[in-house]
Write a protein that binds this ligand. Structure first.
Ligand code: DQA
Length: 143
């Protein structure tokens, strides 16, 4: 089983970026935890971070013949990107949306996710654990 993991814009700054909201773990630290969990669950993962919407759309499109499911933190694109949503709908792969912070407890513009309706579920508010919970949920779903 192969899972594509995508981190959206500004998540490369984790650790330094608003640690009160996003925690103190860096992206490489979170990726190392994901790699450990993937080993435990006996699945393969490929991880990318990008600040560019087109890169994310292209990675989703490219998942068609290569991956069984997608775990994504679309970051700010959650609230704005019809293109990311349409790419997920187009490839029709099980997708889990994750957020470090609880987007529903923050500013009103963060309450709307354009991505959630094309995902099997959303996990939001558990810090780096949102990613680990999301990977577990996706793998369970695919089994
Ligand atoms: C985020 C929440 C988004 O609203 C924000 O734009 C992010 C990070 C999170 O993981 O909590 O960049 O996706």
């Amino acid at each position: 089983m192969k899972i594509l993991i995508l981190h959206g814009p500004n998540l490369n700054l984790l650790g330094k970026r608003e640690p009160d909201k996003y925690g103190t773990k860096t992206l490489p630290e979170i990726n190392a935890l994901l790699a450990g969990l993937a080993q435990e669950l006996k699945v393969e993962i490929e991880i990318h971070q990008s600040n560019s919407e087109s890169f994310i759309v292209e990675k989703i499109q490219g998942s068609l013949d290569k991956f069984d499911g997608i775990l994504i933190n679309p970051a700010a694109y959650t609230h704005t990107s019809v293109a990311v949503r349409d790419a997920i709908a187009a490839v029709n792969k099980p997708c889990v949306e994750v957020h470090l912070s609880n987007i529903h407890a923050r500013e009103e513009f963060r309450h709307t996710s354009l991505i959630a309706p094309v995902c099997i579920g959303q996990i939001s508010g558990f810090g780096y654990n949102s990613y680990l919970l999301g990977l577990r949920a996706l793998v369970e779903h695919l089994k």
